[in-house]
Design a binder for this molecule. Structure first.
Ligand SMILES: Nc1ncnc2c1ncn2[C@@H]1O[C@H](COP(=O)(O)OP(=O)(O)OP(=O)(O)O)[C@@H](O)[C@H]1O
Length: 288
């Protein structure tokens, strides 16, 4: 089925580092800057000399064949892995030495290739986990359950319902997360990530397992998230209709190295990319 979704992308313009960002983001520090980032696993340079700049409200794509290093980049940005070399700046701030939780509080949130919800908890409580991450209680508040604790619990409840409503999921608040259909679980993961109040949202294969109409709805939701929260979004995706439709800047990885960066049009016409990735995609169904 053809997706009918389309939206107006920003004009991509160069910044002093020669990266390109949407022109509307020029007056703000980029959401993300990776400078000569790399990680080795034994003798394998899983990611090497990775340079990327993402504008404050850009929707960016990270694509490449299986094993190219895409998820490893997300693991580096979220401090699951400590880089072997290079620098990551989030909103202009160096993430060197920060923990997973600290980088989350600096504004980086993610979803995973394989859904990682708390299956036995309610939909509402899954979202509240995200809120608690970004607004932790002091040990004393948690233990004595002071009045402030209950006031904040009520605030978290209200905020979690507000966030669920954005995706029309308010009515599912009391359901067990594990009982939701697949597409709704994927949406819930995104809502939970949004609850941590990110400035940069990383989505790892958000359309995996979705049919074309679910993918079209997801595209609208990604654009809606960007517009509602005014944040940057970077996604890893094998579904090229999604990437080419909504990503403003696209970065292509192959064997851990960036082989091309540019707009959808530039990437689709790039000979190296066609040879390393897109050409193979045309032959197969989804490039795997
Ligand atoms: N913890 C690790 N230890 C050793 N090697 C690893 C580790 N994590 C990733 N790798 C290797 O790094 C390379 C890149 O893997 P990565 O999962 O980042 O690729 P990918 O582009 O996300 O692939 P896919 O599209 O299949 O998800 C692979 O060769 C992988 O085996």
């Amino acid at each position: 089925m053809e997706t009918k979704f389309s939206f107006q992308k920003g004009r991509m313009v160069p910044v002093p580092s020669r990266a390109i960002v949407p022109d509307r983001d020029l007056d703000q520090a980029p959401a993300l800057e990776c400078i000569h980032l790399g990680i080795d696993f034994g003798g394998l340079k899983a990611v090497d000399d990775f340079n990327l700049t993402i504008g404050r409200t850009e929707i960016a794509g990270l694509i490449g064949p299986n094993g190219a290093g895409k998820t490893t980049v997300f693991n580096l940005l979220t401090k699951v892995y400590e880089p072997t070399r290079g620098t990551v700046l989030v909103n202009g701030q160096d993430t060197h030495g920060k923990s997973v939780a600290q980088v989350n509080r600096m504004g980086v949130a993610r979803t995973f290739q394989n859904i990682r919800l708390f299956d036995t908890m309610s939909v509402l409580d899954n979202v509240k986990v995200g809120l608690h991450n970004s607004h932790p209680y002091t040990a004393l508040e948690g233990v004595v359950r002071a009045p402030r604790f209950w006031i904040r619990e009520k605030e978290f409840d209200d905020r979690a319902r507000e966030l669920l409503d954005i995706f029309d999921m308010g009515k599912l608040a009391g359901e067990r997360a594990g009982s939701l259909p697949y597409g709704a679980q994927r949406r819930l993961e995104i809502v939970r990530a949004l609850a941590t109040d990110p400035k940069l949202l990383l989505l790892d294969e958000p359309a995996a397992g979705m049919n074309p109409s679910e993918t079209a709805e997801l595209m609208e939701n990604i654009v809606k998230i960007r517009d509602t929260f005014d944040i940057a979004i970077m996604l890893i995706e094998h579904d090229m209709s999604l990437v080419m439709n909504i990503c403003e800047g696209i970065c292509v990885l192959s064997f851990g190295k960036v082989i091309a960066k540019g707009t959808a049009e530039e990437i689709q016409n790039n000979e190296t990319v066609i040879e390393a990735y897109l050409g193979r995609q045309k032959e197969g169904s989804d490039g795997r």
